[in-house]
Design a protein around this ligand. Sequence first.
Ligand SMILES: CC(=O)N[C@H](C=O)[C@@H](O)[C@H](O)[C@H](O)COP(=O)(O)O
Length: 228
Amino acid sequence: MKNTFLETVKGKLIISCQALKGEPLYSSFIMARMALAAKQAGAVAIRANSIVDIQAIQDEVGLPMIGLNKIDYPDSPVYITPTIKEMRAVASTGAEVVACDVTGQKRPHDEQLVDIVKQMRSEFPDTLLMADTATLDNVREANQLGFDIIGTTMHGYTPDTKGMNIAADDFAYLKQVIAVAERPVIAEGKIDLPEKVRRCLDLGCHAVVVGGAITRPLEIASRFIAAI
Ligand SMILES: CC(=O)N[C@H](C=O)[C@@H](O)[C@H](O)[C@H](O)COP(=O)(O)O
């Protein structure tokens, strides 16, 4: 069946529903309900972490999904769908898109991204691959490897970009990403206001992912508390 994810999300909002172990909402049941609220509000796709959460959300809302699997390995800082094992597991759920780290950092067991992409293309030819990048060099690598979607997910979360914010200087970095990317750009990471979503789309992003500002109540409540 043709993968229509990119057509479905064009100019629209994707909501990320994620809670890691240790976070107050850590529960597939709750993530599925978060996804239902997202759907009722008008989100056209969901981004989710872990096989159980992806499946629970698929059952509850039936929206297209960007799936990932965060795993910490002792020999690598890469944690978003880091190895072929997690890539396969996420694709096997039927998620339309599998997202993985493309930050140029060493992967677990020294796996090479070029091999992972090649393997995924042969095993899951209909699954789109999203590159979670942090820098323009990462975007160039994603272009070269033939990723289908360029995400800005890791901007601000690598040693080189620590503390940076995609919205700084009227999205100056995002403008460069759009200029360099050879595939549709999905803006993601610290987009915490509706006006910012609008701006990302006006600048030429294909779609926008918002997570914590909608689905992480601890983060939302902390912002209010910090204002006191
Ligand atoms: C850096 C990293 O691990 N980002 C993760 C990627 O899936 C999620 O924890 C974020 O919530 C997601 O990217 C959406 O971003 P925000 O929650 O800022 O809207």
